[in-house]
Structure formats: C-alpha cells, structure tokens
Write a protein that binds this ligand. Structure first.
Ligand code: TPP
Ligand code: MG
Length: 327
C-alpha cells in the first residue's frame, strides 16, 4: 500500500471526489433538462468551479454558515444540502429545499448552515457578516463564508462588508470566485486592480490568490485562513481563479468567449481530471474506485430527476407557507 502524501485520509479524498462529481453531474444534467424545456425559471451552472467550493467548504461543519450567489448549486451540494431536495426545488416542486418556492437562485437549508443562494449580486456579504457577528458572540469557533463573483466584487455591499468585517474583526471569509466574466463583461475590463488581494489590503484584510481549479491548492489556502478565523484572528479574502464550462445562464450563446476557450478548459483545466490524476498517480486511489463513484453519482442524479418530475407542484393553499420564516 503506497503512503498517502495528501493532507486528507483516503476516505476523505473519496468523499471530496464524490462531492465534486455530484456537482458536475448535477449541472450536466440540468444543462440537458433545461434545454428540453423541463425546468422553469433561470439557471446558472457551476460546472468547472467544483474544486473551489469543495476545497473551501469541506473544512466546515453544519454550525458554520455560508451565503451563496446566483451560481449556488455547487455551494449547496458541498455544504451538504440534500441533492433530491435541491432537484425538486429547481423543478419548483413540493418537497424541494424551500418547497418549490425559491427555485435555483434561492435554495436554502438552515439546518446545514446554507443561508441561501441569492439573486442579488453582493448581497451575501453583509449576511455573512451578520452570521459571523452572531458566531463571535456564541464563541464556539464557528465562522461564516460568503462567495462573490469577480463582477459582484465591485458592488458597494461587498466593499462595505470588507470594511465592517475588519472593524469588528469578524470570523468571516470572503471568497472571490474569479471565473473571468460577469455575464459577458470580462474581468480585466471591469475590475480596477490586477489582484483581489490588493482590494482586501485596502481594508486591512489579508488575502491569498490560488488556482481555483486545483483542489489541493484551494484546500490548503482555505484551511489556513479558516483556522485563523476560528481562533479569533479575523477576516480574510480568498481569490480563486477558476473557469465556468457553461454560459453565464442556460441559453447564453457565449459569443463573447474566444474560440476554443471552453474546449481548452474542459481538456486542460478540468478540476475533476486534475484531482483524479493527482490521487491516482500517487497510487492512493485507483481509477476503478473513482469510476465506481461516478456510477453511483449518476444513479443518484437520475433518481433525483425522476422524483422531482413525479413530485406535485405547490397548490394555492401553499401560497403563503415557507416564504419568510419556516423551511
Ligand atoms: C445587484 C445586481 N446587479 C446586477 C445583477 C444582474 N447580474 C446577475 S449575474 C451578473 C454577473 C455576475 O458576475 P460575477 O459576479 O462575476 O459572477 P459569475 O456569474 O461569473 O459567477 C449580473 C450583472 C444582479 N443580479 N444583481
Ligand atoms: Mg464571474
């Protein structure tokens, strides 16, 4: 048996792979089902960015809280929200995470510390500050994390939250998921600094930039700043450079992307392929073990779609439930 050079046990590495594969297959399936007209509303897919959400959120427990974005499915899955409940929610059905009232952009599960996806850019940052303030008072070492895109990082709410977190020394982490675009606007056109670490420095916060498609790079950087936050060392910013495999939203023709960009990303900077190559080349996990996970994940997704399609729609009598306080 070869020795394990990774910072996680074999069992945990398999769990991480399962999480990333579940996110990928969830999104690949939504892409197909949306194009068939099966899914109501608006859908933004996270495929390509799995190592970022997973590398960060695998450090957290249910008592840690996160505030997500419009591209939130990956965060939900990595935070432990039930995939079947998510699928029903996206299909707008009873039994969904919010009983079909929220859809893709409002999935929440407070029992898992998932405060919600959010259709308002930058709106998660003040929520995470609030959760971090509560955690500070509870004094149990819990933290809060907010995700924000490169585009949404220009929102006043986000910048004000960096300042507030610094002033109150909150146990909060600001994760910038820099996938290079805000809708069709490139990051280089719309963001005034080369590195988001410089923005954090403007508010007195430490920051780190990592390759968001390398699970182990994300895991290590996140581990360090999460530990610091738990120990009272205050807030930080983590920039993860990543890539989205699909359009901004489902239906986006993506005419603003250079030819070959997506094909190149899928072939050469696919975080799942990278992870598989890393763990198999060290002999810690076999290709057959990964394939077995792939198979069981596909079965899980198929089952979740079958059940979502069969589930009833909310009725008129459900109109005012699950909207504000009960989930
Ligand atoms: C306050 C606000 N302004 C504008 C929008 C419209 N909008 C939705 S997503 C998006 C781009 C977001 O880009 P980014 O923050 O980089 O996240 P990504 O989609 O790349 O994950 C915009 C402008 C919105 N939802 N909320
Ligand atoms: Mg972006």
């Amino acid at each position: 048996m070869p020795s394990n050079p990774f910072p996680l046990s074999k069992e945990r590495l398999l769990e991480v792979y399962r999480t990333m594969r579940t996110i990928r297959e969830f999104e690949e399936r939504l892409h197909v089902d949306f194009s068939r007209g099966d899914i109501p509303g608006f859908v933004h897919l996270y495929a390509g960015e799995e190592a970022t959400g997973t590398g960060i959120l695998c450090h957290l427990g249910d008592g840690d809280r996160i505030a997500s974005t419009h591209r939130g499915h990956g965060h939900c899955i990595a935070k432990g929200v039930d995939v079947g409940a998510m699928m029903k929610e996206i299909y707008g059905k009873k039994g969904g995470a919010c009983n079909g009232k929220g859809g893709s952009m409002h999935i929440a599960d407070l029992s898992k510390g998932m405060m919600g996806a959010n259709g308002i850019l930058g709106a998660g940052a003040p929520l995470a500050c609030g959760a971090a303030l509560a955690a500070k008072y509870r004094n149990k070492g819990e933290i809060a994390i907010t995700f924000v895109g490169d585009g949404a990082s220009n929102q006043g709410t986000f910048l004000e939250s960096l300042n507030l977190a610094g002033v109150w020394n909150l146990p909060v982490i600001f994760v910038v998921e820099n996938n290079g675009y805000a809708e069709s606007t490139s990051r280089d056109y719309a963001v005034s600094v080369d590195s988001f670490v410089d923005r954090a420095a403007g508010f007195g916060l430490p920051g780190i930039t990592v390759d968001g498609t390398d699970f182990f790079a994300v895991y290590e950087a996140a581990g360090e700043i999460i530990r610091r936050a738990r120990e009272g060392g205050g807030p930080s910013l983590l920039e993860c450079k990543t890539v989205r495999f699909f359009g901004h939203f489902e239906g986006d023709a993506q005419t603003y992307r250079p030819e070959g960009e997506i094909e190149n990303a899928r072939a050469n900077i696919d975080c799942l392929k990278k992870f598989a190559a890393q763990v198999t080349s060290q002999g810690v996990i076999s290709a057959a073990e990964l394939e077995a996970i792939d198979k069981s994940v596909l079965a899980l997704i198929e089952d979740s779609v079958v059940k979502a399609k069969a589930a009833p729609l909310p009725t008129e009598a459900d109109l005012t439930t699950d909207v504000y306080v009960s989930y």
